[in-house]
Design a protein. Structure first.
Length: 408
């Protein structure tokens, strides 16, 4: 047995150094907390990796959070603003158009390559004196006592903290070890992700097309490129992924069309099964779940990462408020406030995205007619349309102050 060294003391232990975990770490450290991040991988490996075809949508509210924490300055050069959103049902002539100018001058959000997000967060975290990173390391055991948590790490060291934050993904070992159950289901669909270079300027317009297998999103990237999030029948996706480059590109063009001129695939392509999951609770003794450890949803609205960022903003506000009152940040009352705040918001969005996917992922004529009339009606009702646009910006509901760009 490896002898463990004396425990290193921190305010918060973050388990998982992905995009949500590191965002929480840099935001908490920005507000004065001493944070230790334990990550099974080494984020430094992301510094020089080639483009891998993956990108994420960052809603306006998430942009506010990243700006306050300082991470946005490191990724802004790689961000493509989303100025307009167009939603259509297959080849129908009726569509829904969101114009950012109806809400002001700021865009709905931004598209950023995942590697640029990770690089920016790693750079910001590395530069912050309040963050200690333990990479290529896992938490082997987590003792959550009355006054502290003590984590035994795979490198033989111990970390002691007041609160543990699990940001270790959909199959969270920390969640499982705490005995927190998960409800959910798999969809008969797979997601295919790739990046397309195109001839004409996309003008910052994001397109969401509903096809019988599911949504087909064309999301603008910097330069004349677009990120595709292509939902396909689960039994057909493997055959599409197995095609050679020419065959895959031909399948893509059938769905993409020629409105942006000639196209070609750039970078790798990815495929993954689609599912919904939701933890039965977000908290346990001195433990709190954020991001995919707490929830996962269909990519129909591109809100998965943004939902994690909302968790980050709410949890940071909760622990800051508790600390300023001289309270224990790992106390059950403080964590219960986070759970009440986030659970309602997450349940609503999980339900909405699940319902939209079921409504639009079919080709039944009467239902399709109702969908088309609904899209056209929303486009002509300013108040309702504005509400949907605010949802796209992530600015609906009781927002944590950081999502409104406010300093805590």
């Amino acid at each position: 047995m490896t002898k463990q060294s004396p425990a290193h003391r921190h305010d918060i232990l973050v388990i998982g150094g992905g995009m949500v975990g590191l965002t929480f770490a840099v935001t908490a450290a920005h507000h004065g907390f001493d944070v230790c991040v334990v990550d099974r991988e080494d984020p430094a490996a992301m510094l020089d990796v080639p483009f891998d075809g993956r990108a994420s949508a960052i809603a306006h509210a998430s942009f506010q959070l990243l700006s306050v924490s300082g991470a946005w300055a490191e990724m802004s050069a790689h961000a493509q603003p989303i100025h307009d959103i167009r939603v259509s049902d297959g080849d129908s002539k009726l569509f829904l158009h969101y114009d950012h100018r109806d809400l002001g001058e700021l865009p709905f959000g931004y598209m950023v390559e995942n590697r640029a997000i990770r690089r920016a967060l790693f750079t910001t975290a590395t530069a912050h004196a309040g963050i200690t990173s333990r990479t290529n390391t896992t938490v082997e055991n987590l003792d959550r006592g009355v006054g502290a948590v003590v984590a035994g790490l795979s490198d033989g060291t111990e970390v002691r903290a007041t609160l543990a934050v699990a940001a270790d993904g959909r199959f969270s070992p920390a969640r499982e070890a705490a005995g927190i159950g998960v409800a959910g289901w798999s969809y008969p669909q797979s997601g295919i992700v790739c990046t397309v270079a195109h001839e004409r300027d996309h003008r910052g317009i994001a397109h969401e097309r509903f096809l019988p297998p599911g949504p087909f999103a064309i999301l603008p990237l910097s330069g004349r490129r677009a990120s595709l999030v292509w939902t396909e029948h689960g039994d057909l996706a493997p055959a599409i992924m197995a095609l050679d480059d020419a065959g895959f590109a031909a399948e893509m063009r059938q769905r993409f069309g020629d409105f942006l001129g000639a196209t070609e695939i750039v970078g790798p392509r990815w495929s993954y099964p689609l599912a919904l999951h939701h933890a039965e609770r977000y908290i346990d003794n001195r433990l709190v779940l954020i991001g995919d450890a707490a929830h996962g949803l269909h990519p129909i609205a591109g809100q998965g990462l943004n939902l994690g960022f909302r968790d980050v903003a709410a949890l940071v506000e909760v622990v800051v408020d508790a600390s300023r009152l001289g309270l224990d940040i790992g106390d059950a009352h403080a964590l219960e406030r986070y759970q009440r705040w986030r659970r309602f918001d997450n349940v609503v969005l999980l339900s909405v995205t699940d319902g939209l996917n079921r409504l639009f992922s079919n080709d039944i004529d009467p239902i399709r007619l109702i969908r088309d009339l609904g899209l056209a009606a929303v486009d002509r009702l300013p108040a309702l349309k504005r509400m949907f646009m605010e949802h796209a910006r992530g600015t609906v509901g009781k927002l944590p102050r950081l999502l409104a760009g406010e300093v805590l």
